[in-house]
Design a protein around this ligand. Structure first.
Ligand SMILES: [Zn+2]
Length: 235
């Protein structure tokens, strides 16, 4: 927390929540905004001219990969949350496709503890829908919620079996949490490496029809209607 007064001058302030969009000055004291207005001054402290710049509330990225545990060579809670803070993000939702997959209460607790120790922004864990994100057995949804998970997702993998997806959504719905879905019918996608169409034919590449995604989006919307579960189609 900043212990000195900070004056941000001439910034464009944007906050849709309070219908704010105008150029003004901001005084921050001990990390808290204490005044917004025109031609403000502070007796001592730091003044920064932000003419041409935009000041926003902290942004939230609801789909990030902090890779911890298992792939710390790619990213860690520390590096990922520092990058988030640098980009203006004050909250992130960390996906469950770590190694091992985040599919238990203790795995969620590990992330919460890492975030408390190393995180630079708020970290909201996303737990897996199914054990190991393999699509075959329900993960420990209740335990993960109790430890701080806010949503559930098998990240880049679809729950192939519609009956299992229904079970998952039925269960998650009871806790009021959303399911974040990856919509891809593996059979239809096959070995496609490019969008199926004239170009894939001309290039001799195996195509991936748009229907591979569309049938799964349609299925999950229908299952959301059936179960009443909140659904976010992420990719
Ligand atoms: Zn992802």
């Amino acid at each position: 927390m900043r212990r000195v007064a900070l004056l941000l001058r001439n910034a464009r302030l944007v906050d849709p929540a309070v219908k704010l969009d105008r150029v003004a000055d901001v005084v921050v004291r001990d990390g808290v905004i204490v005044e917004v207005g025109k031609d403000l001054a502070i007796p001592k402290g730091e003044t920064v001219d932000l003419a041409g710049k935009v000041v926003l509330p902290g942004l939230a990225d609801i789909h990030v990969h902090l890779r911890e545990p298992g792939r710390e060579d790619k990213e860690t809670v520390r590096s990922g949350t520092r990058a988030a803070a640098r980009g203006g993000f004050t909250a992130v939702c960390a996906m469950a496709n770590t190694t091992p997959v985040c599919d238990t209460g203790s795995a969620v607790r590990f992330l919460v503890e890492r975030a408390a120790a190393e995180g630079k922004v708020r970290v909201y864990p996303v737990g897996a829908l199914t054990v190991g994100s393999a699509g075959e057995a329900l993960a420990e949804i209740g335990d993960m919620l109790a430890e701080g998970a806010v949503a559930f997702s098998d990240d880049g993998r679809s729950v192939a079996d519609a009956g299992m997806m229904r079970l998952v959504m039925d269960y998650v719905k009871r806790f009021g949490a959303p399911v974040l879905a990856h919509c891809e019918d593996a059979g239809l996608a096959g070995r496609g490496v490019v969008n199926e169409g004239a170009v894939s034919t001309r290039m001799g590449l195996s195509g991936w029809p748009a229907a591979a995604e569309e049938v799964c989006v349609a299925r999950d919307i229908r299952l959301a209607e059936l179960t009443g579960c909140r659904l976010h189609v992420q990719h």
